[in-house]
Design a protein around this ligand. Sequence first.
Ligand code: SAM
Ligand code: SF4
Ligand code: SF4
Length: 382
Amino acid sequence: MLARVFPLIDHRQYAQQQSAQSFADPLPTGNVQDRLQRPLRDLRISVTDRCNFRCAYCMPKEVFGSDYPYLPHSSLLSFEEVTRVARQFVALGVRKIRLTGGEPLLRKNLEALLIQLAELRTSQGEAIDLTMTTNGSLLARKAKALKAAGLNRVTVSLDALDDRVFKRMNDVDFPVAKVLEGIEAAQASGITNIKVNMVVKRGVNDHEVLPMARYFQGTGVALRFIEFMDVGSTNGWNMDAVLPSEEVVRTIAEHMPLVHLPASAAGETAQRWGYAGPNGQYLPSLGEIGVISSVTQAFCGDCNRARLSTEGRLFTCLFAGQGFDLRQLLRSAATAEDEQLAREIATVWQRRSDRYSQLRTPWAELPDRAAIPKPEMSYIGG
Ligand code: SAM
Ligand code: SF4
Ligand code: SF4
């Protein structure tokens, strides 16, 4: 049998350096915008490139084997460095910070980082919205400590309720029950805003859409269905495996009536649907679902998200070929001024014109997908 060959492009080798604004320019504050007038509001921080799962859509076993060259510890930003960078982002307009990875709960003593980030304040003195995306495998053990450290929201990824299907998807034989235990522990710890992310792959777990919706209805947990995305270059993506969100909504609505809900915040990635009560109106006690249609209905128009990779590179798009090296700045004694950091970040954002998802459709017109270099999700942070 022929071995599968993946066109692996190591984005960790490509750092982009740009000259900052001149010091004569006023320091940008509060409302920095990119070339398409999109503000900077959301920062996703990858705290590790490692994971204990091997979801085929993200870290397929064939590529991320035991000999995979993960980043050495010295390459990672320290918690102090992460907080210092995050502080500049908040000064430039960021209101929401999401810790991600890899699996963020594998990073030792993550609570210490949460404590530091929870202390950040906007220029109006408001706390930032602090959240995390996790596979839930370690949540039962850590929920209490995370809450105590300042985590008020969490998103847990769970792709199926059927144990066999879930184990096939995480590819490390991890049972559903332990993730559900993690979600319950998060609820019990007082984390109030809990979401569940389900990546839907046609022919793999699409038959789990309805059981998942039924299970989480009325529990206070909002279920989000994510279209299988063409991130990175190792997950063997193809359009046939994408179940369009429209089909997800139709499937659920046939059994559990839904009403469309307005977006809760500008730049929100999910379209929200609430469960309707007997009178056909949204019944909040039944809760809501969301669909994230990154493939079939691109939402670049109001994308306000920046990503900080595990080793401190700033990416302005999930599909950006290059990241801007903030770590080099942070660690260089000559330029270690917070003001310069803020100027560099602002410059990168102001030059941004990314809208990959909009440009890549319609599918038929895309000449050679493999030729477009894209970073891996586990490195850049989802
Ligand atoms: N390990 C954590 C987890 O799984 O929640 C955090 C990192 S993971 C990269 C963040 C999110 O990205 C998860 O909800 C995961 O399901 C999603 N994801 C990863 N690869 C994806 C893909 N190819 N398409 C859509 N979503 C993907
Ligand atoms: Fe790990 Fe999350 Fe990627 Fe799955 S989606 S392999 S849990 S980082
Ligand atoms: Fe934002 Fe890039 Fe995704 Fe468009 S493709 S929504 S610009 S991250």
